[in-house]
Design a binder for this molecule. Structure first.
Ligand code: DQA
Length: 149
């Protein structure tokens, strides 16, 4: 059974009430429920973590190295600022899929650069809640090398 960790960054706990014109009206809880349902059907063991704190996100990435086969991460605003999150992802040998609800490439200039993309297998953006579900599908398809220590 594939083990997948989904990490949500800052302000994503406010989904549903936060700028629904940009991020949709689905709550984080609803996204997590949909992910759990898809995981069940896809024979995936899924863990979910959300934090508004950069250091906690770094720690969750570090802690995933002995458990997760794949990480799905929406680093939210830290996508554009955090070298610490990028370094944590490149320090561990767990393939990572970057997710965004909105199409960051069609938004403000400062959102178009991602520190996480260069250390990710791929990116799913612009499909709202379905960005996560597509990323979970991708997580079941990407080849894995070796077993967890
Ligand atoms: C986001 C895009 C980021 O630019 C923004 O800071 C977010 C959400 C998205 O999912 O579209 O908080 O990651």
């Amino acid at each position: 059974m594939r083990k997948v960790l989904v990490i949500h960054g800052p302000n994503l706990n406010l989904l549903g009430e936060r700028e629904p014109n940009v991020y949709g009206s689905t709550t984080l809880e609803e996204i997590n429920q949909a992910l759990q349902e898809q995981a069940k059907k896809s024979d995936v063991e899924l863990k979910v973590f959300q934090s508004n704190h950069e250091g906690e996100l770094v720690e969750s990435i570090q802690n995933a190295r002995h458990w997760a086969d794949v990480i799905i991460i929406n680093p939210a605003a830290y996508t554009h600022t955090s070298i610490a999150i990028r370094d944590a992802l490149s320090a561990i040998a767990v393939p990572t899929i970057e997710v965004h609800l909105s199409n960051i490439h069609a938004r403000e200039n400062f959102r178009q650069a991602s520190h996480v993309s260069p250390v990710s297998v791929g990116q799913v953006v612009g499909f709202g809640k379905n960005s996560y579900l597509l990323a979970l599908q991708a997580a079941t398809l990407i080849p894995l090398s070796g077993s967890k220590k």
